[in-house]
Design a protein around this ligand. Structure first.
Ligand code: ADP
Length: 402
């Protein structure tokens, strides 16, 4: 669906810059609020880039790879290609703001902000806390500012939603000077949790006040305890390595293991970082893949061990998070695994009956929105998350308030 030049639609652009990818979404501001029109991504930036553009139904409008000579070399180049492809579709629309996903807002940024030079400096100072993500997020902002001078740029943080946590929940048991230096549990996936919390509150006011445990299980995975719409505890900590095992990340590890790798196995920090970020989790344990579909299909002993461990760790965190908020009224699954992997959901929930969590096997196998057994005290839900929509909502709120 294109935006009619006559209509002079106002639109918002959302950018989500990763290390080698630039995802985007375009939303129109209509009488009915924000409506997504297009989305897509450039993957493989710096190597073999591939571009894809879809309409609001998910139908592909364009897909292409590039010769070496034409391949965009960096995020700036990637944004150029994206905008060229979008141009005929958004011609005549006024881009009112550009919303950016930024992984780290540090201790102080607890809400989305309009980007000004002082904010950029603040965000740059946080690069050491998220060296794999923050520089790319900032590159996306700089690229957008060059393409759209004068248009409001808004940063939305993965960490912001968790700034409502108590000191007890957010601290490590270290001398206070480390907390003062910023070594604390920031938590991530905040935009996803906020989106789910807002949508549930909109569909049922009781859920807005309820004790929720949201399991965001995708390639990256974490869980969050939410009460009255606010984050109380989450499984990711100082970095996005903590918590449950993920596609390729280890999740929580005894810090003594890292010391042992350094001192006895003589691994250096780059080797350990590579192991923990890229060669661990479901991929590392199964020796097959990071993708649950491929691991389930393989059915080897190592594959079973990986799925069993994943389910065990997620189940254990559900129990721990329930303890952190004095019980649970609803358990919500979201993201690629959470929304689709019904066998794994069944494994996770097996044994949670003591908390009042029981699945309806048929509803679970069909990935229905409500998968808890009728009459059970805890609702078990599946909801699609949409971080880009959350960013667009924030951007609209900020420009409307200005
Ligand atoms: P990301 O964190 O990269 O956004 P996603 O939320 O898209 O990841 O999750 C991707 C993962 O979801 C895949 O690697 C796979 O493990 C899982 N997944 C997606 N679809 C299915 C499915 N139909 N059955 C089981 N697992 C699935």
């Amino acid at each position: 669906m294109t935006m009619s030049p006559q209509a002079k639609t106002d639109a918002l652009l959302v950018l989500n810059a990763g290390s080698s990818s630039l995802k985007f979404a375009v939303f129109a501001l209509t009488g009915q609020g924000l409506v997504q029109r297009h989305d897509g991504q450039m993957e493989g930036i710096g190597a073999a880039p591939r571009f894809m553009l879809c309409d609001a139904t998910g139908a592909k409008l364009a897909e292409r790879s590039f010769t070496e000579a034409e391949a965009p070399k960096d995020h700036q180049g990637a944004l150029g290609v994206i905008l060229q492809a979008l141009k005929p579709l958004i011609d005549g629309a006024t881009i009112r703001a550009i919303g950016h996903r930024v992984v780290h807002g540090g201790r102080d940024l607890s809400a989305p902000v309009l980007i000004k030079p002082a904010i950029m400096a603040q965000l740059r100072a946080l690069v050491p806390l998220a060296p794999l993500h923050q520089p790319h997020n900032l590159a996306g902002i700089e690229a957008a500012a060059r393409h759209f001078p004068g248009v409001a740029q808004i940063a939305c943080f993965d960490t912001a939603f968790h700034r409502t946590q108590s000191h007890a929940a957010a601290s490590f048991a270290l001398p206070p000077r480390f907390y003062e230096q910023g070594i604390l549990r920031y938590g991530f996936h905040g935009l996803s949790y906020e989106y789910i919390a807002r949508r549930l509150a909109a569909e049922d006011a009781a859920l807005g006040q309820a004790r929720l445990i949201v399991a965001h299980l995708g390639n990256g995975a974490s869980l969050c305890a939410i009460e009255g719409g606010q984050s109380r505890a989450t499984t990711m900590g100082f970095t996005a390595l903590d918590g449950v095992p993920m596609g390729t990340r280890s999740g929580q590890l005894d810090p003594g293991v890292v010391l042992h790798m350094l001192d006895s196995l003589k691994m250096n920090s780059a080797e350990i970082a590579h192991l923990l970020y890229h060669d661990s989790g479901l991929k590392g344990m199964s020796g097959i893949s990071q993708d649950v579909r491929e691991i389930e299909a393989a059915g080897t002993e190592a594959a079973e061990a990986a799925l069993d461990h994943f389910a065990f760790r997620v189940r254990r965190e559900i129990g721990a998070l329930a303890a952190s908020i004095g019980g649970v009224d609803a358990l919500v699954f979201t993201a690629g695994i959470g929304e689709n992997a019904h066998k794994l959901r069944a494994r996770i929930c097996a044994g949670l009956g003591f908390l009042g969590i029981n699945l309806d096997p048929e509803a679970n196998a069909a990935n229905r929105p409500e998968i808890g057994r009728a009459g059970c005290p805890v609702r078990v839900l599946i909801r699609h998350t949409d971080e880009e929509a959350m960013i667009a909502e924030h951007a609209l709120e900020l420009i409307s308030a200005a």
